[in-house]
Design a protein. Structure first.
Length: 249
């Protein structure tokens, strides 16, 4: 039985588009890097090409992590993370190839870029962890919430360090940042492990054979599997429920 309803088709299309663009961009960057490595000396231009390849690859992985959340209720986090990752990649690549003056504007742009990098790392990891948001075990839910809070604290402190390093206390601040980072990393490892060791107790679903029969019958009748099942199930008053109106593709 299909698990994607008509309302999720735009999200599916968006996810496929993102994956296609990532593959194309990373493929072109990889080809450029291979040509450079197999070609002439590793001069300034060659190093920039390799830097571009590494940057596009790293941010592509981040976008894929964020895109994994697009089919979930908390998809807004994935969308924001994907946008920030793309913007961060663009800024990083532009700076790799920049040959202009390095003044105050450049310093501010560097701060924006590092902020985007920090936010990309945090949001991509948060997107992966939020795939566990529907788990019912209290230990997993509490651990997930604590880990996300710690990640937000670490991100906020890093952004503060980027933009206001002069105001940072050199004694307490680094200790708090270090402890928070360690605990956040610990939670990022422990929470998925707990979800594996403490799986949710769910009612048994339909067998694969039953699902195949329902899909085959729905195809024979020219309706969706959902419409077939709804039409066959009795309503609350004992009358057969009418199948929902078919949506145009």
């Amino acid at each position: 039985m299909t698990t994607i309803d008509p309302g999720s088709r735009p999200l599916t299309l968006l996810r496929r588009t993102i994956v296609t663009l990532i593959i194309v961009a990373f493929g072109l960057a990889a080809i450029g890097g291979i040509i450079v490595l197999l070609g002439a000396e590793l001069g300034d231009t060659a190093l920039r090409v390799l830097g571009t390849t590494a940057t596009v690859g790293a941010f592509s992985i981040a976008v894929l992590c964020c895109a994994a959340l697009l089919s979930r209720p908390l998809r807004a986090v994935g969308v924001v993370g994907s946008i920030i990752a793309v913007l961060g990649a663009g800024l990083a690549v532009w700076q790799i190839w920049y040959d202009g003056e390095y003044g105050a504007a450049w310093e501010n742009l560097m701060k924006v870029t590092w902020t985007a990098i920090a936010a990309t790392v945090a949001l991509s990891l948060a997107s992966l962890l939020l795939l566990l948001a529907d788990r019912r075990r209290s230990a997993v839910r509490v651990g997930l919430a604590v880990t996300l809070v710690l990640m937000a604290v670490v991100l906020g402190m890093i952004v503060w360090l980027i933009w206001a390093a002069d105001t940072v206390d050199d004694q307490i601040f680094p200790r708090v940042l270090g402890v928070s980072s360690i605990l956040a990393a610990l939670g990022a490892v422990v929470v998925p492990v707990l979800s594996l060791l403490m799986p949710d107790v769910r009612r048994a679903g339909l067998s694969r054979a039953t699902v195949d029969r329902i899909e085959a019958e729905a195809q024979r009748r020219g309706v969706t599997p959902d419409e077939l099942v709804v039409g066959l199930l009795p309503a609350a008053d004992g009358v057969l429920a009418a199948p929902p109106a078919q949506h145009g593709s």
